[in-house]
Design a protein around this ligand. Structure first.
Ligand code: FEO
Ligand code: CA
Ligand code: CA
Ligand code: CA
Length: 639
């Protein structure tokens, strides 16, 4: 009996097989038939979406009922704030009863010999090297022996702001290029609480530190010394210079900071016009032209036609001890090389270290590292992030999933070192699930439950990823031309992060219910009062609130009408309820979230105000990225 797509069970039939059964392939030579098929395929994809969303939202409702019982104690009083409306104001808005104050801004001096930010020059290479970097992203708050350090990523420079006075708003001189380089990397700032309970930076603390694209860095793990890591400036392949494109973060139970290198490809270029990228470079987006930074003009490491392997030094998770500014950071190559978003570290039941990591590009993968050794509270961390196995996630449409190990046997790559360097190719080889741009992963602190923001993916259902892997609509990525994004949640089987299998659901599909009545309206938990697009930053606090930060389109028109500027929302994992907590200044993204140990101050990152929309935040003048401290006026806990 022929199957109807709407009565056939969605489970057990993969989408391509389903599609082929419904829409037999035309003869390739028949151009009209190919076009017809493309059109009917699109119509069919929409049918698939409706089916998928219903199936997965059904699963979500079923699971949340039991989760509500588990978690009742954490949420007996619900959220303690009144949600905000969407906003296009050039301001950080927080609910009534809260205040938000900039703590440290791009260009603020943090080293002892620094000098104050000069908006007339927008800094020099010398002042910038001693100052808080640009475009703060992920951050973590560390405490040790009564002292406190905020460790912050400075992801990139806003060329149109930093060089807003130049022709074309681009770096023109060697000085300009050096300044932009000095604004990238990491900023470590000691913070102290005043008698009023409010935190302030300690500008000349010996714990303050800048790590930049020029800082000496160790290379550890399987790729250390590998032939692909040997470069002109680092012939042994055991050390290198610099970290940059630092996006999300993580932290270890032994008190170190994990910083994740994301869009590193945009800094490399070729001076030799005959150079062209090989498949490895292409997979990572390395081309003959950079994205306007022109670092190759001041440092041959960034010229791929002169130093073929130098770009293999980037794309890693880097570990830094925030209380040892004398120690070099360490690239942990066992965690793989890709466009790392963040690194969410949890401990498996038997003590093994598990790190969840997204690769933020359309159709790339979600990964997990499982250590060989075990962490014992107070014990040594030696080797824990250097030896273990990488896995990529396979999401099956029946709500189950598997972690597929990346080994020489499964991937066909030569050895573990090559898998670490060419991680994307390894995950393609095992046919993991191509994802809608995996951004931050956040784990619940009290139970084995994990969330990942899949920010959007206009290529879903349209074309393959950079490695040629298909991106069909599927259960976990259920919308073609996905403009709004979704958050997937999984629970490892046996409540053990080291399990090979898990169950998953879609925690929320973002959307716009004001203008759509199909799957683009989003989940039932999305309303005209809380809608958003492009979930990106995620963190679960100690009460179990899932905080969602957005990096989306802020046109506030068309499919984004009514969403306003970027924002931060709070979600209850047990009920699915979502409330808007913060709205960002014009053009800014909200990214980076950490707390003081007493949870009475929340630190939130405001990145690139003024990018694509005029802003004078925070001082009424030049827009400057900044970390904002959020407190309750009554001194209570935030959230
Ligand atoms: Fe730097 Fe994917 O965000
Ligand atoms: Ca991000
Ligand atoms: Ca993003
Ligand atoms: Ca960003």
């Amino acid at each position: 009996m022929p199957r109807s797509p709407f009565s056939a069970p969605h489970h057990g039939l993969d989408f391509d097989a389903f599609d082929d059964a419904r829409s037999p392939r035309p003869a390739p030579a028949d151009f009209d038939a190919v076009v017809d098929r493309a059109i009917s395929r699109r119509a069919l994809l929409q049918g698939g979406v409706a089916l998928g969303v219903t199936a997965f939202l059904g699963a979500y409702v079923g699971q949340s009922a039991s989760a509500a019982t588990d978690n009742a104690a954490s949420f007996d009083d619900g959220f303690s704030f009144s949600p905000l409306s969407a906003s296009t104001a050039d301001a950080v808005r927080v609910p009534s009863g809260y205040r938000a104050e900039p703590l440290v801004k791009w260009g603020d001096p943090i080293l002892a010999d620094g000098s104050g930010f000069d908006p007339a020059t927008r800094g020099t290479p010398e002042t910038q090297a001693r100052a808080f970097g640009d475009n703060n992203d992920g951050m973590e708050f560390f405490s040790h022996n009564g002292r406190h350090v905020l460790a912050v990523n400075n992801e990139f420079t806003n060329l149109s702001v930093m060089f807003g006075d130049n022709d074309g708003q681009r770096p023109q001189s060697e000085q300009d290029r050096e300044k932009s380089m000095a604004a990238c990397g990491l900023s470590f700032v000691e913070v102290q609480a005043g008698t009023d309970g409010r935190w302030r930076p300690a500008p000349r603390s010996e714990l303050n530190r800048r790590v930049t694209p020029s800082t000496p860095i160790e290379i550890a793990g399987p790729a250390r010394g590998h032939r692909l890591m040997r470069t002109r400036s680092a012939p042994a392949g055991t050390s290198c210079h610099g970290t940059f494109a630092n996006c999300g973060t993580g932290r270890t139970p032994w008190g170190t900071f994990l910083t994740c290198e994301e869009n590193f490809n945009g800094y490399y270029s070729a001076s030799d016009p005959a150079w062209s990228p090989d498949n490895h470079k292409k997979r990572y987006g390395i081309r003959d032209e950079d994205w306007g930074y022109r670092w190759a003009k001041i440092d041959p490491r960034f010229d791929v036609s002169r130093d073929a392997n130098a770009s293999n030094h980037m794309g890693w998770v880097v570990e830094v001890d925030p209380f040892r500014p004398d120690q070099p950071p360490v690239k942990r190559t066992a965690l793989g090389r890709f466009k790392h978003e963040n690194a969410e570290l949890v401990i498996a039941r038997d003590g093994r270290v598990v790190v969840y990591m997204g690769d933020d590009e359309r159709g790339e993968y979600l990964y997990r590292f499982v250590s060989r050794g075990r962490w014992v509270e107070g014990g040594s961390s030696d080797g824990l992030l250097d030896e273990g196995t990488l896995y990529a996630a396979k999401f099956d449409d029946d709500g189950t999933g598997r972690w597929l190990a990346l080994t020489p046997q499964t991937t066909g790559l030569a050895d573990v070192a090559e898998i670490c360097i060419r991680t994307r190719q390894a995950a393609s080889a095992i046919q993991a699930t191509t994802m809608d741009r995996p951004e931050w992963v956040a784990a619940h602190p009290d139970r084995a439950e994990v969330f990942c923001a899949l920010t959007n993916n206009k290529n879903r259902g349209e074309k393959p990823n950079a490695g040629g892997d298909a991106q069909p609509v599927d259960g976990v990525n259920p919308r073609a031309n996905n403009r709004y994004g979704q958050i997937v949640r999984w629970r490892p089987d046996a409540d053990d992060h080291a399990s090979e299998t898990f169950r998953w659901d879609l925690f929320v599909l973002a959307g716009n219910p004001a203008i759509h009545d199909d799957a683009n309206a989003g989940s039932a938990s999305v309303t005209e009062d809380n809608m958003f697009n492009a979930p990106d930053g995620l963190a679960v606090d100690t009460r179990g609130i899932l905080w969602i930060q957005t990096d989306g389109k802020t046109t506030n028109t068309g499919r984004y009408a009514g969403m306003g500027n970027n924002q931060m929302l709070a979600a209850n994992p047990a009920t699915g309820e979502i409330k808007r907590f913060l709205t960002a200044p014009a053009g800014a993204e909200v990214t980076g979230l950490t707390w003081s140990p007493d949870r009475r101050t929340m630190f939130v990152g405001i990145q690139h105000p003024g990018e694509k929309a005029p802003s004078t935040w925070p001082d009424g003048g030049l827009p400057r990225s900044a970390v904002v401290a959020i407190t309750r006026v009554d001194g209570g806990r935030v959230g």
